[in-house]
Design a protein around this ligand. Structure first.
Ligand code: BGC
Length: 419
């Protein structure tokens, strides 16, 4: 690709990486940390049963069977090492970075603002700006302050006002340096895992509650957006939606109907509620689903360490579909692969960049690409063994090392950005 003259992205295109506070910072105290303490032992015990058919299981067995794997603890210590981590962005010629502000740090008790934490995030954003890196701020990336969770979190509509107040506080502190704001990361994934699948706190399994939380999250997004704009009128706001591209594997009527119903349920059910109050669409793309009849049968030619079917090229069709339907500029707010050995990440990137480029040639307006993730990080209920980082992190020493694919990616960015 480096020598491929066909790839020419606009100079203003945002090339970057993404993280979230709880997955990298270390030292948090929120609803997740409480749950990690309660669940670590049972997650470790279940690991062999759940993961032993995954491709890299023999490598990860020991770590995945250890309770400490499921406790975020120091994570990758990004809270203290952020400057070193921003150096990595510069090394990869990136001009943007997506991160989240941890609500439980800023408002550890209801209505009590922690000035030192707000100052920390201010310096954090200033440091990015100093390096010419566009900050992309996320307000809610799966973790809630304990006090907010105790009040029922997003299950209660009236609690939305607490989130809006937090958004207002963060914007009044950081807003003058931030142009792009994501209110909520993956509302459908958060609601699905926590209230329907029951695998994330508060571990509920109810379709009624799932739908209720989704409605409240849509309301939270809309209300927060108004407040964000009242503080900072030039802010560009969106959610980050996890989009699966769903397609029929044959032209049987049943396959086609199931594919379009599934696509609607996964994407459009929620996006319809919020897109009118989005300035752009933040899209997280990881996989697609091929449907035969009413079942998902992916080609499974190649799987990531998490057993996810790899179809990076389908990002093109996901982008075209979302653009046709919503006519909003799209930022890819996450995209990446768990690949500890770094054998699949470069081909993944090559196909992804080609897919984005093709979509742009078909007039889809794509404004940026954030790779998940800058660093190896705490992968929620899986803990720390899945390795998504462009930089590998040695959890013992906290040493960061850019993987070969990341070095390649950095050179590619330099080459394909229009002079
Ligand atoms: C989430 C991240 C997560 C990544 C990889 C996305 O669903 O926003 O927090 O680490 O996918 O699973």
């Amino acid at each position: 690709m480096q020598n491929n003259p066909k790839f020419n992205f606009p100079k203003s295109f945002l090339w970057g990486a993404a993280t979230s506070a709880h997955q990298v910072e270390g030292g948090n105290h929120n609803q997740w940390t409480v749950w990690e303490q309660e669940s670590a032992r049972s997650l470790a015990t279940q690991a062999a049963h759940k993961f032993d058919d995954l491709p890299g299981w023999s490598r990860n067995k020991r770590l995945a069977s250890t309770p400490a794997n499921y406790v975020s603890a120091r994570a990758v210590d990004h809270y203290r090492r952020y400057k070193e981590d921003f150096d990595l962005l510069e090394k990869m010629n990136m001009n943007s970075f997506r991160f989240s502000v941890e609500w439980s740090r800023v408002e550890p008790e209801e209505g009590v603002w922690n000035a030192a934490e707000l100052a920390h995030y201010k310096s954090y954003v200033t440091e990015l700006r100093k390096r010419g890196i566009e900050p992309i701020l996320t307000l809610f990336h799966f973790t809630l302050p304990v006090w907010f969770a105790k009040k029922g979190g997003f299950l209660k509509r009236k609690n939305v006002d607490y989130f809006v107040r937090f958004a207002e506080k963060v914007m009044s502190e950081l807003g003058s340096s931030v142009r792009f704001v994501i209110t909520i990361n993956e509302p459908t994934v958060y609601a699905g895992e926590s209230f329907k699948q029951g695998v994330w706190p508060p571990n509920l399994q109810s379709t009624r509650l799932l739908l209720k939380v989704l409605r409240n999250l849509a309301y939270a997004h809309k209300k927060a957006t108004k407040t964000i704009k009242s503080v900072q009128s030039r802010a560009k706001v969106s959610i980050a939606h996890n989009s699966t591209y769903v397609y029929a594997g044959d032209d049987a009527v049943l396959s086609r109907i199931s594919a379009s119903v599934t696509q609607w349920a996964l994407d459009d059910y929620f996006l319809r509620k919020v897109y009118k109050s989005c300035d752009f669409l933040g899209i997280n793309y990881y996989f697609s689903s091929r449907i035969y009849g009413y079942r998902i049968h992916n080609p499974n030619r190649q799987l990531s360490d998490l057993g996810w079917d790899l179809a990076p090229e389908n990002i093109e069709y996901a982008l075209v579909r979302l653009w046709d339907k919503y006519k909003l500029p799209i930022m890819i707010t996450e995209n990446g692969i768990a690949d500890e050995m770094d054998e699949m990440r470069k081909p993944w990137l090559v196909k992804t960049i080609a897919g984005i480029h093709n979509a742009m040639k078909s007039d889809v307006k794509v404004i940026g690409y954030m790779h998940w993730s800058l660093l190896d990080n705490f992968e929620w209920a899986y803990g720390r063994w899945p390795r998504f980082g462009l930089a590998a992190v040695d959890y013992r020493t906290q040493k960061r090392t850019l993987r070969p694919s990341a070095i390649w990616f950095g050179k590619a960015i330099k080459h394909i950005r229009k002079k």
